[in-house]
Structures are given as structure tokens and as C-alpha cells.
Write a protein that binds this ligand. Structure first.
Ligand code: HEC
Length: 189
């Protein structure tokens, strides 16, 4: 029994040592323009689906979705999302091309089929390790719902002002500057 335990402990020490050595000698991918690691996509997708299934808001959803809400969602989209996800007539820009995980371009790769609760969760919390930011520190709940309701209709079911903004995003002014940020726990700056 004792020899068995010593064996198990030795195996754990060797595995942890090999992992630390791989990290310290630069063998774990750190660049955004390399291929994904074996199993990385599976692990990330599975974790994401499970977290969303547990935490996404369920209907009835709060807040209305009047035409004015959807137009406001379009404005917030242009200010916060279009840089990665594009608008009606754009091709992927330098940022979208250079990201390790390519951001879907919603003119063609839309999320109209996803439940609103799922889109709300992704915009509120972001998607770890992909570059998709969490907007909870920047936008209030109502704004995130307005973006969500806009996303449910883009690109094919927009009308009026929202459609006009989607096609001509330059009519939206840049976002108002935000106050400086306190340090983030666990990070140097
Ligand atoms: C810095 C780039 C960046 C910005 C800005 C950004 N995203 Fe993303 N987003 C991504 C990436 C990369 C992914 C792909 C994640 C993945 O494949 O798991 C993504 C994924 C998504 C998805 C899931 C798509 C799907 O097919 O399931 C939604 C919805 C989304 N983003 C909405 C938004 C909205 C709304 C905003 C603005 C409020 C926004 N994103 C801002 C990079 C960005």
C-alpha cells in the first residue's frame, strides 16, 4: 500500500513538473496567430454551453423591445461591437483578421436563431479566451437587452432606423469617454 501511494505521488509530481516546464519553456501556445491546441475548442465550447445552460436568463425577459429600443441597440452595437463583428456592408477588418478566434461577421453569420437569453449572457459576461469582451462593466442591463433585441433581428429582420444604422453606421457618434479604471484583482494593472 505504501509503495503504491509513493508511486501515485511520484506520478503526480512528474506530471505537474512536466506541465510547469512546458509553460516555462514557451511550449504552451501564447500567440494569437497560431493554431488552437489539441482539445482547446472542445473544452471551451463545452464549458461555454454548460455555463450558459445553467445561468442564462429565461423568458419572460425584462424590458420592452419597441422600435426605439432596437434602434438604440443598433447605435450601441455600432459603438461597441462593429469593430469586431462588422455591419451590413463590411468585410473583416484588421482586428477581426488578427484575432486568435475569429469573430463571426453578423452580416452573414448571425445569431437570430439563438434564444435572447443566450445572447444576453454572452454580451453581459463575454467569452473567456476568445477576445469576446464582457460588457457588464461598461453597459447597464437595459442597454445589453437593447443590443440583444437588435441582434435577434440583424441582419434580415431590421426595419426603420435600426436598418438605416446597420447599413450606414457612420451616422452614429463615437461613444462618450468613460472614467479611468481601478486595478483589476489578480492583475498588475
Ligand atoms: C474585440 C472583439 C470583439 C468585440 C468588440 C465584440 N466581440 Fe462578440 N465575439 C468576439 C469573438 C472573437 C467571438 C467568437 C467567440 C467564439 O467563437 O466562441 C465573439 C462572439 C460573439 C457572439 C456569439 C456568436 C455565436 O455565433 O454564438 C455574440 C452574440 C457576440 N459576440 C456579440 C457581441 C456584441 C453584441 C458585442 C458588442 C456589445 C460584441 N460581441 C463585441 C469578439 C468581439
Amino acid at each position: 500500500m505504501r509503495a503504491f501511494l509513493v508511486g501515485v505521488i511520484a506520478a503526480v509530481v512528474v506530471i505537474v513538473g512536466a506541465l510547469v516546464a512546458a509553460i516555462e519553456t514557451g511550449r504552451v501556445p501564447a500567440r494569437a496567430d497560431g493554431p488552437l491546441m489539441f482539445g482547446e475548442r472542445w473544452a471551451a465550447n463545452t464549458a461555454l454551453k454548460a455555463a450558459i445552460a445553467r445561468e442564462e436568463p429565461q423568458p419572460p425577459y425584462p424590458f420592452t423591445q419597441t422600435d426605439a429600443d432596437i434602434a438604440q441597440g443598433a447605435r450601441l452595437y455600432v459603438q461597441n461591437c462593429a469593430v469586431c463583428h462588422g455591419t451590413a456592408n463590411t468585410t473583416p477588418n484588421a482586428i477581426a483578421r488578427g484575432m486568435g478566434v475569429r469573430p463571426p461577421q453578423f452580416a452573414t453569420d448571425d445569431v437570430m436563431d439563438d434564444p435572447e437569453g443566450e445572447t444576453y449572457w454572452k454580451v453581459e459576461h463575454g467569452i473567456r479566451f476568445t477576445g469576446m469582451p464582457a460588457f457588464s462593466p461598461a453597459l447597464d442591463e437595459k442597454s445589453i437587452w437593447q443590443i440583444t433585441y437588435f441582434m435577434k433581428r440583424a441582419p434580415d429582420h431590421l426595419t426603420g432606423e435600426a436598418q438605416s444604422i446597420w447599413e450606414n453606421p457612420s451616422q452614429v457618434p463615437p461613444p462618450t469617454p468613460m472614467p479611468s479604471l481601478p486595478p483589476k484583482p489578480g492583475q498588475g494593472k
